[in-house]
Design a protein around this ligand. Structure first.
Ligand code: C2E
Ligand code: CA
Ligand code: CA
Length: 455
């Protein structure tokens, strides 16, 4: 909505020091702001839009410092499909119903808002957390009672103000962040912003601030975890795993920073750096006539959207004169599924170029039998989750039969996360030969890996 501009009447301009005039001036300023607010209402529901909400909410908090305030944000996880399956008219009706459910809570010091589309918010004073939860439950009941052929999944995020001067925009960010942790999940419908989330957010911010410099200055280092033949103990390969040597925070594991880099896309740059290091490493050893084993690289699912993905790999194998068989590509199950058509084309092409494919974390995602039949996969990496409860008889049956099936499908099998002899012996009994796990080696700096190969 367009912002209106108001021209102050010279008669009551602030230069006039007279008390009465000053009061009048302030009064008219306030009126203007209020008029302005009235025009800042969401078209369909009549609730305040974002801008008016921020103004009104800040005012309520500042004027009532003795009250505790919370900001609740609500989003419908599947609103798009509601519109698609039930039609826009029904979608609009649903939004009006939600607005009605929010309006039920209007009262002193309460500010309601319809930010946009399916996002609503409420600033409300409260005493106990359970008061807030009760409000949420009441809204949910109203939504549930709305007659609609598809299930509506509302998620609520709550931020409790630390003091009356806490910026409303920050409270909104925090509430939204809390909401995102449960959005679309069936088992939870609300979440409070917590200190843990604040830490995560700070860490994510720091990662985003530092990542570009880190790549430039070589802080992303190549580690390799050996893969072994369980019977002979011989090293038959390795997997490239990245580590971040942060100048202040020390070594950061990929579990911490990769999800952030996947969110902002920078993982593509880091992956290319890691791949380059792997090709250079193998290329150098080949040139020096030293022993080489295949070192697999991880391909983030994001590469599907990078048009130069496959050319990059082909260029590297040529530049470093490395036979592509020496660099197997590891993709997770979900990686194979993402933009399946494009990915399928890319992978088929890379196979014609001599690369081999390994399906990572097998058994954790949505692998279906059809996928196993149709994807051009050479090797399956069974996830370490399978090893976790191998003492359990039923788990043993699942692992044993999975391995048999994969072998019958003529696929190479490797098991990840082997941590003790008992697991190893069981896998050998199942006919499995290859493994990777702490029982043999942990991921190590590339220099250490070289020393073992040369030793
Ligand atoms: P992943 O590809 O499944 O890699 C295997 C992970 O399991 C590694 O964790 C490895 O250290 C760990 N692991 C291996 N054996 C054992 C074991 O016996 N017990 C236990 N508890 N863990 C074991 P890491 O290095 O922390 O990497 C985590 C994930 O980060 C990787 O999972 C991979 O998805 C991702 N990642 C690592 N490096 C890269 C990279 O360069 N590019 C991309 N795109 N992803 C990477
Ligand atoms: Ca992997
Ligand atoms: Ca894995």
């Amino acid at each position: 909505m367009e912002e209106k501009s108001y021209v102050l009447n010279q008669e009551i301009s602030p230069q006039m020091t007279d008390d009465a005039k000053m009061e009048l001036y302030l009064y008219s300023l306030r009126k203007m702001a209020e008029n302005n607010l009235e025009s800042n209402r969401a078209f369909m529901t009549g609730l305040y839009n974002l801008r008016a909400f921020q103004y009104k909410a800040a005012e309520e908090m500042l004027e009532n410092p003795e009250l505790r305030f919370a900001l609740i944000v609500m989003d419908i996880a599947n609103f798009k499909s509601v519109n698609e399956f039930c039609g826009r008219t029904m979608g609009d009706e649903l939004l009006k119903c939600i607005a009605g459910a929010f309006k039920e809570h209007s009262g002193e010091h309460v500010v309601l808002s319809h930010f946009r589309a399916d996002i609503f918010a409420m600033l409300t004073p409260f005493q106990k957390d359970s008061d807030l939860i009760e409000k949420i439950k009441r809204i949910e009941q109203r939504i549930e009672a709305f007659q609609i052929p598809c299930k509506v999944l509302p998620s609520f995020g709550i931020c409790v103000a630390t003091d009356s001067k806490m910026p409303v925009s920050l409270m909104r960010d925090y509430a939204t962040m809390a909401m995102k942790t449960i959005k679309g999940k069936f088992y939870a419908d609300y979440a409070f912003f917590s200190d843990e989330m604040r830490q995560t957010m700070l860490m994510e911010k720091q990662i985003e601030n530092d990542m570009v410099e880190a790549l430039k200055t070589g802080q992303f280092r190549l580690f390799i975890q050996p893969k072994v033949n369980m019977k002979s103990g011989e090293i038959i390969g390795g997997e490239a795993l990245v580590r971040w040597h942060h100048p202040v925070n020390g070594i950061i594991g990929p579990g911490q920073f990769i999800p952030v880099l996947e969110k902002n896309g920078f993982i593509i740059n880091v992956d290319i750096h890691v791949w380059n290091e792997v090709f250079r490493f193998i290329g150098n050893r080949l040139q020096e006539g030293k022993k080489v084993v295949p070192i697999s690289i991880n391909i983030s699912r994001l590469h599907v959207y990078d048009s130069s993905f496959r050319e990059n790999l082909v260029k590297m194998k040529e530049e470093y004169h490395v036979p592509p068989k020496l660099v197997p590509l590891e993709l997770t199950e979900s990686g194979f599924l993402e933009a399946a058509e494009v990915m399928y084309e890319n992978l088929k092409y890379l196979k014609t170029q001599g690369f081999t494919l390994s399906m990572d974390d097998f058994g954790t995602g949505y692998s279906t039998m059809t996928m196993l039949k149709n994807q051009p996969v050479d090797e399956i990496k069974i996830d370490k989750g399978f090893m976790d409860d191998i003492q359990n008889d039923r788990s043993r049956i699942v692992v044993k039969n999975t391995i048999h099936m994969l072998k019958e499908l003529d696929m190479d099998v490797i098991v990840e996360g082997v941590e003790d002899k008992e697991q190893q012996d069981f896998l050998i009994e199942c006919g499995c030969r290859k493994a990777q796990g702490f029982y043999y080696y942990r991921p190590m700096p590339v220099e250490e890996f070289e020393a073992i190969l040369d030793g």
